[in-house]
Design a protein around this ligand. Structure first.
Ligand code: CS2
Length: 509
């Protein structure tokens, strides 16, 4: 990790003894860790950690967090875990708004983190500990070991197979959870809640189905014991999480130094807005997150659907259109006249009509608020970041809306252009977008999708092949000739550098 440029280096490192400073309170000491969190990324540190810190100010409880870094294939010290450990497990959350300076908070709820890849037995022990009441997850869409179409556990994934066979330490999040639960069961620890906080529809139900699938593939005595334990002692409520949290840059570190006089190598930045809607189905106790503004409900689905299709769906459109237009940041993409108008049209005319909104939510007002949030220039949110992992995001964000439009006899043109834009970004080679200026758009399916596209005689045929066999869209969509032809037409149009501009001008808006 790059260190902070001068004059920040001259400042003392963030530490409990150096707080408070003007603008940052000193947090109380983290209580006992009743929460184990898998996925110690920026989103968790700016969302659940902040809700937990705020809840603890209202009601005490054993709600410290033991964070677990879950990335695979990483060797050496983990930058966030090391950085936090050199700062008394503290870090700063900088809230960045348009037109006013940053606000800062140090949540201070974490204990020393663990790296799943190197400290698996400790992670399993933490999950199994009687002190643990909640195991929460932000492992991103790709952390769930899903099949390409996102429907079930990928039993062909070598890591899943190895975890099922019990060869060595578990490598997947699902394997880790099941082994942790198994220890919990053997130790007769108290019931526990597993809380998925990832952008997946019905994330709690999905997590449960994945655990069931994993357990169902284990040999008989293990399987039946775990099935009974899960039914009796484990709940998996669904949640909708929302806060825009870009990747931290050196500028953000410099901002923390400049505005608050703290040298923090691992701060996180976030927009002011935040929302957390949770299904109230906790098997053990929980923090008073409602005191921090979280919403508890018996039905999270309308919130999830609204957020995934409108916010995340529009985000992905902005990212791919923005990348093809040479725009590095999300605020630039939404401010671009042609991109902004097309995305607004998609939200209003193609996505909103597919939703049954939660009670009390006004659709057009929600869309307007999203567009304002996207336009926040202080965040520096990059199109390449949002554009990454599209093969896992598109099935969640666009597929349902496309399918429902087609079922209602409408062809969603902006979403069709979005599919063509994604295909170009991920399979278009070095000329597809300006990687040097905009950053790398990573996608675990890139090699597979490129191979499929290489079979085609041109972009239109490649688009058809990817829609049919890429696993991005459900069969009903792939089988819709009108939609597939439109994507193919757009794919051809995007073959020239100015193609995106012309196509954006032509989509109805
Ligand atoms: C974004 C999300 O990177 C992405 O794909 O769409 O991380 C988005 O910022 C959050 O879901 C907002 O709650």
């Amino acid at each position: 990790m790059a260190d902070l440029p001068a004059p920040g280096n001259a400042l003392p490192r963030l530490a409990r003894s150096r707080l408070p400073v003007p603008g940052i309170k000193r947090p109380p000491r983290a209580p006992e860790a009743g929460i184990v969190h898998l996925g110690l990324g920026n989103f968790h540190r700016a969302h659940q950690a902040v809700y937990t810190a705020d809840a603890l100010r209202h009601a005490e409880g054993p709600w410290g967090i033991r964070g677990v870094a879950t990335g695979r294939g990483r060797s050496g010290p983990h930058p966030v875990i090391e950085g936090m450990s050199q700062q008394d497990e503290l870090y700063t959350v900088l809230t960045l708004s348009q037109g006013s300076g940053p606000a800062a908070q140090v949540p201070g709820v974490h204990h020393r983190g663990l790296v799943a890849a190197h400290q698996t037995p400790e992670v399993i022990e933490a999950i199994a500990s009687d002190i643990t009441r909640i195991v929460s997850l932000t492992v991103t869409e790709k952390g769930y070991s899903l099949t390409a179409d996102g429907s079930s556990l990928d039993l062909d994934d070598p890591a899943v197979r190895a975890d099922l066979a019990g060869r060595g330490d578990p490598m997947t999040a699902i394997g880790l959870l099941v082994r942790g639960l198994q220890h919990r069961m053997r130790g007769q620890a108290a019931p526990v809640t597993l809380l998925s906080c990832d952008n997946l529809m019905d994330n709690g139900g999905r997590l449960r189905a994945l655990l069931d699938a994993f357990i169902g593939a284990l040999p008989a005595p293990e399987r039946t014991d775990l099935q009974a334990y899960l039914a009796a002692s484990v709940s998996t409520p669904s949640t909708m999480v929302d806060r825009i949290v870009p990747a931290t840059t050196d500028e953000h570190r410099a901002l923390a130094a400049r505005c608050f006089g703290v040298r923090d190598t691992v701060p996180v930045v976030a927009e002011p807005y935040r929302l957390w809607v949770l299904e109230d189905d906790f098997r053990a106790s929980r923090p008073a997150w409602e005191e921090a503004g979280a919403v508890f409900t018996s039905d999270v689905a309308p919130y999830e659907l609204m957020k995934l299709r409108l916010l995340n769906g529009a985000h992905s459109l902005l990212a791919y259109f923005g990348l093809l237009r040479g725009l590095a940041r999300m605020d630039q993409a939404v401010a671009d006249a042609s991109v902004g108008a097309a995305v607004r049209a998609a939200m209003t005319d193609e996505i909103l009509p597919t939703l049954t909104l939660p009670e009390g939510v006004n659709g057009p007002a929600y869309v307007a608020e999203l567009l304002r949030r996207f336009a926040n220039p202080a965040l520096g949110h990059r199109t390449a970041q949002v554009g990454s992992d599209g093969s896992l995001k598109i099935p969640v964000r666009w597929a349902g809306a496309i399918e429902e439009n087609l079922a209602a006899g409408r062809v969603p043109t902006v979403l069709a252009l979005g599919v063509a834009a994604y295909i170009k970004v991920v399979t278009g080679g070095p000329d597809a977008y300006d990687e040097a200026a905009l950053g790398v758009v990573a996608d675990p399916a890139a090699a597979r999708l490129r191979k499929l596209a290489a079979r085609a005689g041109g972009p239109a045929e490649a688009a058809r092949i990817l829609i049919e066999s890429g696993g991005l869209l459900p069969e009903q969509v792939a089988g819709n000739a009108e939609f597939t032809s439109l994507v193919a037409e757009y794919a051809t149009a995007l073959g020239t550098p100015s193609g995106i501009e012309a196509a954006l001008r032509e989509v109805p808006r």
